[in-house]
Ligand binder design. Structure first.
Ligand code: FCB
Length: 444
C-alpha cells in the first residue's frame, strides 16, 4: 500500500461520492417535482434501454443502511448532491420541508457515524420549470440557483462544512445544450456558450450567498483531462489548444484570473457564439474559492479534422474501461501539476473511478480486479503529482455504488459496491475492500 500513497500528506483525506439523481429514486415522492433528467430520460432513445432514475438505487428509502455501509468503509468524507426539485419544487418559491428533511437526516446520520458531509448543490438535475423558462442559456437561472443555495444553507449550514456549487459545468453546458446527449437535450452551440457563462455566474452568485452565511470551505468541481496533439503539425497543435480552451480554460481562467481566455473568445466567435458577459459578472465569478474539485477519468490525444471546431480523438491502443475510455493514469499526474502551475488553488479529487462489466456475486464476493488496478494506478498518480508540487488535499472515489450512469442507464457500473437492481442488495466488491484497507493503512 505504502508505495501507492507515498508522499501524500498525513492529513490527506479519503471518501466516496454519489449524486442525487443517480441513486435516490423516489422521483415523485414527498412533493418532489420533475427535473430535466426525469423529462429527458422519458424521451425515446435518450437513455440506453429506455432506463431512468425513477427508482435508481432506492437510496431515498435505504439511506440509513447506505450511510452505515459508508461508515464501514472507514472513509473520512461522503460527497453527495442535493436534488433541487426535491428541496424547492419547480425551482422557485418556498422550500419543501419533506424534501429538506431527507438531507437533514442524511447529514445527521453521517455525523453520527463520524463521516464528514460534502455537499454539492447542483449535479445536473435542474427543475423542469426552470428549463421551460429558458434553462441555463437564460440569465435568470443563475439567480434562481443562488437563491436555492441560500435556502439549502439555511437548513443544513450548521452541520455541513464543505460546499461545492456545481458539478462539471462542461457537461451541463456542452452535453446538455450543444451535443444534446444529456438533459435537456438541446443542440445549439450558441446556447451552450450562453449556458457556460450563466453556470459560472450562478456559481459566483451562490458563492456570495454561502459566504454571507459564513461558509469557509467553498468550491466548484470541474471534469478535466490532458489534451495532447497527435503530431507537431500546427493543425493538430491547434486542435489540442481548442479542446483545452473549451474543456478547461473557459472555466478556470474566469474563476481564478477573472477573464475569459482571448483565444477561446475568438474560437467561439468564429462559430457564431458569444459569452453574454455583463459588467461586474467577472468580479462575481472570480471571488476566491477554497478548493477546486477535480474529476478525472481519462486523457486524449487529439488531431485536427477538416472542421476546426471538431478534434478527433486518436486511440493510443491502451486498455479501456467499459465506457471505452482509455486508462491514462500519467495524464492525471500531468493534469494536477499543470493545474497547480496555472491556477494554484488547493485541489481535492472529487471523482475518479471506472466502469467495468458487471460481475455476478460469487459466494459473497465480487472479484473486480480491474477496478482495483484502476484505483491503485490513479491514486499513485495523485501521489506522484503531490510529490511534483501539486497541492491535493483528498481523494473521493466515484462511486460508492453502481448507479444510473446518465445516457448509459444502469449498464455501466462505476461502484465499488455492487447493486443488484432486482433486489437492491448491496455487496462490497473487491475494490471496496481494497479501498478500505488503503484508507486504514494510510492512517497508521
Ligand atoms: C462524471 C459525473 C458522474 C458520473 C461519472 C462517471 O462526469 O459527474 O455523475 O457520471 O462521470
Amino acid at each position: 500500500m505504502s508505495e501507492v500513497t507515498a508522499g501524500l500528506p498525513s492529513d490527506f483525506f479519503w471518501g466516496v461520492a454519489t449524486s442525487a439523481y443517480q441513486i435516490e429514486g423516489a422521483f415523485d415522492e414527498d412533493g418532489r417535482t420533475l427535473s430535466i433528467w426525469d423529462t429527458f430520460a422519458r424521451r425515446p432513445g435518450a437513455v440506453a434501454a429506455g432506463e431512468n432514475g425513477d427508482v435508481a438505487c432506492d437510496h431515498y428509502h435505504r439511506m440509513p443502511a447506505d450511510v452505515a455501509m459508508i461508515a464501514r468503509l472507514g472513509v473520512d468524507k461522503y460527497r453527495f448532491s442535493v436534488s433541487w426539485p426535491r428541496i424547492q419544487p419547480g425551482g422557485r418559491g418556498p422550500v419543501n420541508p419533506k424534501g429538506l428533511d431527507f438531507y437533514s437526516r442524511l447529514v445527521d446520520e453521517l455525523l453520527e457515524k463520524g463521516v464528514d458531509p460534502w455537499l454539492t448543490l447542483y449535479h445536473w438535475d435542474l427543475p423542469q420549470e426552470l428549463e421551460d423558462a429558458g434553462g441555463w442559456p437564460h440569465r435568470d437561472t443563475a439567480y434562481r440557483f443562488a437563491e436555492f443555495a441560500g435556502l439549502v444553507h439555511d437548513a443544513l449550514g450548521d452541520r455541513v462544512p464543505t460546499w461545492t456549487t456545481l458539478n462539471e459545468p462542461w457537461c451541463s453546458a456542452m452535453l446538455g445544450y450543444d451535443t444534446g446527449r444529456h438533459a435537456p437535450g438541446r443542440k445549439n452551440f450558441g446556447e451552450a456558450i450562453r449556458a457556460v457563462h450563466h453556470l459560472l455566474l450562478g456559481h459566483g452568485l451562490a458563492g456570495q450567498e454561502l459566504r454571507s452565511r459564513g461558509v469557509s470551505s467553498l468550491g466548484i468541481t470541474l471534469n478535466m483531462g490532458v489534451h495532447t496533439p497527435a503530431s507537431d503539425d500546427p493543425r493538430d497543435v491547434d486542435a489540442a489548444r481548442r479542446a483545452d480552451g473549451l474543456g478547461t480554460r473557459i472555466y478556470l481562467d474566469p474563476l481564478v484570473h477573472g477573464r475569459y481566455p482571448e483565444d477561446v473568445l475568438v474560437d467561439v466567435a468564429g462559430r457564431g457564439a458569444e459569452l453574454p458577459v455583463r459588467s461586474g459578472d467577472l468580479e462575481i465569478i472570480s471571488a476566491p474559492i477554497d478548493v477546486l474539485g477535480v474529476n478525472y477519468y481519462t486523457s486524449h490525444v487529439v488531431k485536427a479534422t477538416d472542421d476546426p471546431a471538431v478534434a478527433e480523438v486518436v486511440p493510443q491502443g491502451r486498455p479501456v474501461t467499459a465506457m471505452g475510455w482509455e486508462i491514462v493514469p500519467e495524464g492525471f499526474t500531468a493534469l494536477l501539476v499543470r493545474l497547480q502551475r496555472d491556477y494554484g488553488v488547493p485541489m481535492v479529487i472529487t471523482e475518479n473511478g471506472a466502469a467495468f462489466d458487471d460481475l455476478e456475486v460469487d459466494d459473497g464476493y465480487v472479484a473486480d480486479a480491474d477496478r482495483v488496478e484502476y484505483l491503485r494506478s490513479h491514486i499513485s498518480a495523485v501521489a506522484a503529482a503531490v510529490r511534483g508540487g501539486a497541492d491535493v488535499r483528498g481523494y473521493l472515489a466515484w462511486s460508492l455504488m453502481d448507479n444510473f450512469e446518465w445516457g448509459y442507464g444502469y449498464a455501466k457500473r462505476f461502484g465499488i459496491v455492487r447493486v443488484d437492481y432486482a433486489t437492491q442488495e448491496r455487496t462490497l466488491k473487491q475494490s471496496a475492500q481494497w479501498y478500505r484497507e488503503l484508507v486504514a493503512a494510510s492512517r497508521v
